[in-house]
Design a protein around this ligand. Structure first.
Ligand SMILES: CC(C)(COP(=O)(O)OP(=O)(O)OC[C@H]1O[C@@H](n2cnc3c(N)ncnc32)[C@H](O)[C@@H]1OP(=O)(O)O)[C@@H](O)C(=O)NCCC(=O)NCCS
Length: 249
């Protein structure tokens, strides 16, 4: 797999998505975060930790940038009851932040039933103990038993992106063991097969592609769920062809 130099760019998040999306990427170079809207600040409360306020504000700013790409005027983005962003009507999307960086992706509900994005720093990497909690046995075989490798972080990030794309649809909680991922080196992507139903359109056995971009500092994972009609036009997403080998990155 190609390892790019940082920084990430919007094209990394858009790669291989079938319909238009808005992408926002915000990096704070001076440790300052953009202002929150009052409705957003109310979710945090007056005594929230400074770090949490910083990442929440950076994520909201990235989300407004992403919405602007779809022509949507700046608006407060509240939190849903389970922590998921409450997007304007007709919009789906996701937010992720790590360190001084935040990313957001949004699309139209007529194109997508869900969009997921996740950003993780590569260092220090997922410990072996954490990898064992996140991975199924076949994923563990791909990650290897050294701990702290890029593969563990990529897999973790891809699963978080899957969760963010699917949870808001019918609010079904998916644990790390509820999807099994297989690396597709020719596409720089994982194929994520659900082992539990996430929604009527994404039952057990359904497959989501999860694009991965690896830079020298972080991994970015992006995935999407399609409305049922569009999903049925892409039958390869329902009946994955599993390869038997786990190729090098
Ligand atoms: C919710 C979760 C995915 C967040 O991921 P994270 O790596 O900890 O943090 P990130 O910065 O990438 O993402 C945080 C953002 O996720 C979003 N988020 C939180 N809960 C969410 C939910 N239930 N559904 C969708 N998005 C959610 C929010 O936008 C949040 O940022 P904000 O609070 O500033 O708005 C993670 O903490 C979690 O609970 N994971 C367990 C479930 C899982 O991943 N299962 C794998 C299934 S295959």
């Amino acid at each position: 797999m190609t390892v790019r130099r940082s920084p990430l760019v919007a094209a990394d998040a858009r790669r291989a998505l079938p319909h238009p999306v808005g992408v926002g990427i915000r990096r704070s170079v001076d440790g300052q975060a953009p202002a929150l809207w009052p409705e957003e600040a109310a979710h945090l409360g007056p005594n929230s930790a400074q770090g949490r306020r910083f990442s929440f504000a950076l994520g909201r700013a990235a989300a407004r940038d992403a919405l602007a790409e779809l022509g949507i005027a700046p608006t407060a983005i509240r939190r849903g009851p389970s922590g998921d962003p409450a997007w304007p009507d007709g919009i789906v999307g996701a937010i992720s932040h790590t360190g001084d960086l935040a990313v957001a992706i949004v699309g139209r509900q007529s194109d997508y039933t869900g969009l997921g994005i996740d950003l993780e720093q590569l260092s220090p990497g997922l410990s072996l103990r954490a990898a064992r909690l996140v991975c199924t046995p076949s994923e563990m075989a791909w990650v290897g038993d050294a701990g702290g490798t890029h593969r563990g972080t990529m897999l973790f990030s891809a699963k978080e992106a899957v969760f963010k794309a699917l949870f808001p649809i019918e609010r079904v909680w998916l644990g790390f063991g509820d999807a099994e991922l297989e690396w597709q080196p020719e596409r720089c992507a994982f194929e994520a097969r659900l082992l539990k139903s996430a929604s009527s359109g994404y039952p057990s056995g359904a497959v989501l592609p999860v694009q991965c971009t690896l830079t020298d500092a972080e991994v970015l994972s992006t995935t999407y769920a399609l409305p049922r009609r569009a999903f049925e036009r892409l039958p390869h997403l329902r009946t994955p062809a599993r390869s038997s080998s786990s190729s090098e990155l």
